[in-house]
Design a protein around this ligand. Structure first.
Ligand SMILES: Nc1ncnc2c1ncn2[C@@H]1O[C@H](COP(=O)(O)OP(=O)(O)OP(=O)(O)O)[C@@H](O)[C@H]1O
Length: 529
């Protein structure tokens, strides 16, 4: 090889122009494919069979035929259809269409890799389906998508050489033209190869940069305050949270205000089945404002399903549920109740929060970002106020030092307390707790229960699926025992725990208390009643 000649070709303007055209085609076709590919991916995940099936033939054809053939096809067929595009535009269009098919599958894989529980948590906070996608699912999916997208960008750049068959003067065609004049195959094609390598290396570096940025698990604390988060100094020390919630460290059950007597949740004849299996069989239940109700019962009895129907995380087959006199996810029409698309808005309007068994904090957000997400995005609270309230709630729960941490940097107990704060930050009137302590090590359970006691002492209306019998005995207004999708029995803790009417209830309570090493003597609170 003649290195002087290689250097000459490496700096040859006509080859750089070829590289420039290759980059333009790659960037334009890649960029043009992004949004359609995302839409195709979302359609492919839809519950609607028509939407799901619509893009399938397109993906099948694009993935199953050579790109070279596709480019020749568009170049010759588009003019016959009356669409006269330049060779460059035809190349961009042809490569973009091919990319839509491949990228859609990459997006779909990434979107499906995000746990459903993350969507549930976002929906329960009142985020609309669009916000759930934009704020929670997509940012997390990008992490899974980035490596494959980096590969795809490199493939597109290399595929630009195929545009030479439709006379686009990109780098491959240009180098062939140079070779045809001087026959210096080795030097010219080596120079072209090095120029391609330059571009693909730049893409690889960009890919590594984005992967690092998206990998929130690499972040370590302390991170310091982020510029986007108003600092504690900037937001002052007003005490909205304190005004809302009493802050005594270990509230006594006697401090809990009595329920108002006004119905707050009304569940009427609700039936719910999954795949033909009836899970809830004609459930009717009322809850008063300020009431604290425990749902207990054997595994599979439908407790979680019932809880999730209250805020419409699960639809119902028949019956109706009113929260503060309003439907969530349904609207009343002259023909009866009809599903509506406004479940997110309804949840926010009614003021219902939810705490999940596995915490479901948003993995890609810090503690503070988790807490302010719904107040800012759903309730339109200004950032300074949202951050101030979030910090006050963190102080209230003794978690201030963790505000810049990511969920994976916290213990289960800390994550669950933050999940409770995240729910409280939306000023809910009702909080649903789905086995909030059952995923925790025993020594972490109490720190979560302390926070729940504080909420109870503040008079919060709460529905709790839990077998924390001691907590339920002291604090619950009512215990509801469910079995096989039905309410078997309900009553005050002392009625249900000490004098159960049903043999099934008695057997279940004995089982749980036996497992916990408790017996059915009345607690001091019960004794005083
Ligand atoms: N999305 C779903 N699809 C199909 N079946 C489901 C779904 N969710 C729940 N089920 C079924 O419904 C029944 C009741 O489940 P649910 O979680 O409500 O019970 P549970 O009383 O809360 O039980 P556990 O105490 O074990 O959580 C179970 O048989 C479960 O397998």
């Amino acid at each position: 090889m003649n290195y002087d000649h290689l250097l000459h070709y490496l700096t040859m303007p006509v080859l750089w122009h070829g590289l420039w055209l290759a980059v333009v085609i790659a960037v334009c076709s890649f960029g043009a494919a992004l949004v359609p590919a995302l839409l195709v991916a979302i359609a492919r995940m839809s519950n609607n069979a028509l939407l799901r099936g619509l893009p399938t033939p397109f993906i099948w054809v694009m993935r199953g035929t050579p790109v070279l053939l596709q480019l020749l096809f568009w170049y010759n067929v588009l003019p016959l259809l009356g669409l006269r595009l330049s060779a460059l535009m035809t190349a961009i269009l042809g490569l973009a269409l091919n990319e839509v098919a491949f990228m859609a599958e990459i997006f779909r894989g990434g979107l499906q890799s995000v746990k459903r529980t993350q969507r549930d948590a976002a929906a329960a906070l009142g985020l609309t389906p669009f916000m759930v996608m934009a704020r929670v699912v997509l940012p997390q999916a990008l992490r899974a998508i980035a490596p494959a997208m980096g590969n795809e960008a490199i493939t597109v750049l290399k595929n630009t050489s195929l545009a030479s068959v439709i006379t686009v003067g990109e780098l491959t065609l240009t180098s062939e033209q140079v070779v045809s004049t001087n026959f210096e195959y080795v030097e010219v094609f080596t120079a072209a190869g090095l120029l391609y390598l330059l571009a693909t290396t730049a893409i690889s570096l960009a890919q590594r940069y984005f992967e690092n940025r998206l990998n929130y698990e690499r972040h370590t604390t302390p991170l310091g305050p982020r510029s986007s988060a108003p600092t504690a100094d900037a937001v002052g020390t007003a005490s909205t949270a304190q005004a809302r919630l009493p802050l005594s460290e270990a509230p006594h059950p006697a401090a809990r205000p009595a329920p108002s007597g006004q119905t707050f949740v009304e569940i009427r004849h609700v039936r719910k089945s999954f795949h033909g299996n009836l899970i809830l069989r004609d459930i009717t239940l009322k809850l008063d404002q300020g009431e604290m109700v425990f749902l207990i019962g054997p595994s599979g009895s439908g407790k979680t399903t019932l809880l999730r129907t209250i805020n419409h995380l699960e639809s119902i087959d028949s019956g109706e549920i009113l929260v503060n006199g309003q439907h969530i996810g349904y609207r009343q029409t002259s023909a009866g109740l009809r599903p509506s698309r406004s479940a997110a808005r309804d949840r926010a309007r009614v003021g219902v929060g939810m705490v999940f068994q596995h915490f479901n904090l948003f993995d890609h957000m810090t503690v503070l970002e988790n807490i302010v997400e719904a107040p800012i995005r759903v309730h339109g609270i200004d950032r300074a106020t949202a951050y101030r309230e979030a910090r006050e709630l963190l102080a209230w729960a003794g978690l201030s030092e963790h505000e810049q941490r990511y969920p994976h940097q916290l213990s289960g107990g800390q994550q669950q307390r933050i999940a409770i704060i995240r729910a409280v930050a939306t000023h809910p009137k009702l909080i649903l707790f789905d086995e909030p302590t059952s995923a925790l090590d025993p020594e972490l359970v109490n720190e979560v229960l302390v926070l729940m006691r504080k909420l109870a002492a503040a008079g919060m209306t709460m529905v709790i699926v839990s077998h924390e019998i001691v907590f339920a005995r002291d604090w619950a207004d009512r215990i509801v025992f469910m079995e096989d999708g039905q309410i078997v029995e309900q009553g005050s803790p002392s009625e249900l725990f000490n004098r159960p009417k049903s043999a099934r209830t008695r057997a279940f309570i004995e089982l749980v208390e036996g497992r916990l090493g408790h017996h059915t003597e009345p607690t001091p609170i019960e004794a005083a009643q």
